[in-house]
Ligand binder design. Sequence first.
Ligand SMILES: Nc1nc2c(ncn2[C@@H]2O[C@H](COP(=O)(O)OP(=O)(O)OP(=O)(O)O)[C@@H](O)[C@H]2O)c(=O)[nH]1
Ligand SMILES: [Mg+2]
Length: 439
Amino acid sequence: MSAGDTIVAPATPFGYSGIAVVRISGPEAFSILSSLTGGRNFSARRATVSDIKDKCGTTIDRCVITKFSSPSSYTGEDVVEISSHGNPFLVEDIIRISCDFGARPAEAGEFTRRAFLNGKLDLVQVEAVSSLIHSKSSENSRCQQKILHGSLSKILKKIRSDLIDLLGSFEYQMDFSEEVVSSEENKHFSAAIENLLKTVIKLKDSFYLGRLLNRGATVVIAGEPNVGKSTLLNRLAGSERAIVSTVPGTTRDTVEVELLLCGVPVLFVDTAGLRSPKDIIERAGVKRTLNILDRADLIISLTDNPKGKHINHKTKPVIRVLNKSDLNIEKSPEDGIIHISSLKSLGVGKLKKAVSYSLGINKISTDATYLSTTRQHSAIKTCFKALFKALDIAGSQVVDVELLSFELRVALDAIDAILGKTTADDILNHVFRSLCVGK
Ligand SMILES: Nc1nc2c(ncn2[C@@H]2O[C@H](COP(=O)(O)OP(=O)(O)OP(=O)(O)O)[C@@H](O)[C@H]2O)c(=O)[nH]1
Ligand SMILES: [Mg+2]
């Protein structure tokens, strides 16, 4: 993908709307604008009303046009933004005519790729742009907005400069000092690495909530047939999403409902009741239940019998719930059981609170900075492991300065990869492709 040419794309979705925006970026952006407007002159950053015409001089639409001169634009290149009437055929025409005058259609994320290549954004900011566009809650939007403004980059850059300082000291030792590292220096180095580790661990741990905010959580409602799983899902949804009947084994396919809890999109999944299947359709349903249980962040284990058996999962948190409390059934003898009536909508609010607590999302703060992509998380884990080894080496009787410096370099490379300084092309392509055309 050459950054030497000029690209054009719609910046708003295709459809009928008040206005639609077409964006042009690259060295020919202003000459294409001149051709589109019959040679008119435009001042930078001033919205100006002008007709857009095709090659034959036919007026296509009356638009509002703004131009941004390099480097003060989103991409860092010369940029033109054309706001036309919001009709998809007009947008197509403007793009086609821009191409007649020398532009080419942009690929997904190509404007942001240019912003990245021109040093306008680092890779965590690019990911924040993508997350901001796809965000499903105002809490997540606020968190991503902070990252876009540099909150995460600032923390990562501080780790980076501390690592460079440490490496400088070690490499000085290796080059000029014949002496073994003194125990005083050793203590100083260990303390510095420990400090770095604290920040890195905090970032590593922030991924749990950052991931939930950004991608959501899956909560699976499971239990024996007829205990009221589908009724509970309908209560949570506030509408009759799933079929409810007195016949055990009614639900076969999973039924999903998404709710926003503490800014996290939580997908509640109703499942086929767990028992020895009576026919092949029910067997397929039970198989689906077992599969989705493996992907759950949390399980709601539902029974309608105080002595009923609950699901025990080795790795997933489980909330145990006794349904049909309106039937005056005796209380469960076990501790920590939530009593509800899905039919009468009793205790459902309490259950939602328990879900928030169990997922830990009640602790989400829009003031905090979270890692939110798997790419960031796996690189910070590499950094953490290298710093951990470095601390171990620094604490030994005779410090192997060369090995120590090697581990610090691994940690530094990991931070550079997060920021996009040394990121492989295939990973970059993946990040930019997650953005839409026109962004
Ligand atoms: N009294 C009472 N009845 C309930 C309650 N919740 C569900 N039921 C009834 O229990 C029966 C089964 O409810 P479902 O929601 O279909 O149960 P399910 O667990 O989804 O059943 P399967 O899909 O067969 O696994 C229906 O007749 C519901 O009306 C409740 O809180 N109180
Ligand atoms: Mg059901």
